[in-house]
Ligand binder design. Structure first.
Ligand code: UTP
Length: 306
């Protein structure tokens, strides 16, 4: 099973980050020194994917600009000694092929994926949501799914166990059969269920490897969908058409950078793993409640002045 392409849906409004997203795409939010989208492309490349179909919308030209840096920027990075940042960008320029497709109206994730139909053909393909960063240097997230897709000869959705209090925020999978401790054949999918009606605690997160049959299901759903066209609904439809779909408990730390709280957690969590940031952030966090806090405090300010 050859899997060379991935779709990156990035045409959402990003309302949870308004007013920031009125002028800057949320995919360009920095997580340490790189935009969220760059982590996604790097995970794709590490998973042996080199064709990226980015679904964009009006005012998101910055996404393409980032992966096409000017000679001036490259010279500046060189001059300022930012060799690693330059090497990372050059690797992307050398290895990744980007196609940008416009979604003219934000009609949902399923509709965004449907925009890639003519570029995919008959093969299985990846979908990576830039809202979800998966950190696993030894075993990149999408590569894990590709392995399972080849092994099980079917479509694969990444899942994570979530507590009952979070179930109503996710698509949840129903289990037909357990294949291994981390692989399950899916019977059906339910979008954002009440926890008491949820078929499991396995929540769908932003990585997929899907059969191209998803496009027929999306088209069929589209004919009677009202409002947004959901990918989860189309996956359910595909299962009803006898397509084998597996859920795989993805291994790695996942950060949801689609919400301000998740984004802050990503910055703290990832900085604690980076030797250039970790000592500073550790002492900052340790000092927050401690006697040595140098955050604003009227008494302390006076001491500092002295
Ligand atoms: P979300 O449901 O998080 O929507 O989309 P959003 O617009 O990005 O953010 P909020 O909810 O308004 O804060 C999940 C993924 O699907 C893409 C988004 O870009 C994101 O990667 N998407 C969503 C589209 O590409 N098009 C759409 O019409 C909707």
């Amino acid at each position: 099973m050859e899997i060379l392409k991935t779709v990156i849906p990035a045409a959402g409004i990003g309302s949870r980050f308004l007013p920031y997203t009125a002028t800057v795409p949320k995919e360009m939010l920095p997580v340490l020194h790189k935009p969220a989208l760059q982590y996604i492309v790097e995970e794709g490349l590490q998973s042996a994917i080199n064709q990226f179909i980015v679904i964009t919308s009006r005012n998101k030209e910055q996404l393409a600009d980032h992966f096409s840096p000017s000679n001036e920027l490259q010279a500046l990075l060189e001059e300022r000694g930012k060799k690693d940042a330059l090497a990372d960008l050059k690797k992307i320029i050398r290895q990744a092929h980007f196609t940008y497709v416009r979604q003219h109206e934000p009609l949902g994730l399923g509709h965004a994926v449907l925009m890639a139909r003519n570029l995919i053909g008959k093969e299985h393909f990846g979908i990576m949501l830039p809202d979800d960063l998966i950190v696993n240097p030894a075993n990149p997230g999408l590569a894990q799914l590709i392995r399972v897709a080849r092994q099980e000869k079917g479509s694969v959705i990444a899942v994570q166990e979530v507590p009952a209090s979070c179930i109503s925020s996710y698509g949840i999978v129903g289990i037909k059969k357990q294949i291994s401790p981390s692989i399950f054949q899916v019977s059906h999918v339910v979008e954002k269920p009440d926890p008491k009606d949820a078929p499991s605690n396995l929540a769908i997160i932003g990585r997929y490897v899907l059969s191209s049959k998803i496009f027929a299901s999306l088209e069929e759903m589209g004919t009677y969908a009202t409002g947004e066209l959901q990918l989860t609904d189309a996956i359910g439809h595909m299962i009803q058409q006898n397509e084998k779909v597996f859920a795989y408990k993805i291994q790695g730390i996942r950060y949801d950078v689609g919400t301000p709280i998740g984004w802050v957690k990503a910055i703290i969590g990832m900085s604690l793993q980076d030797p250039a940031y970790a000592p500073h952030i550790k002492s900052f966090l340790a000092d927050l409640d401690g006697a040595e806090s140098f955050l604003y405090n009227s008494q302390k300010s006076i001491e500092h002045v002295r």
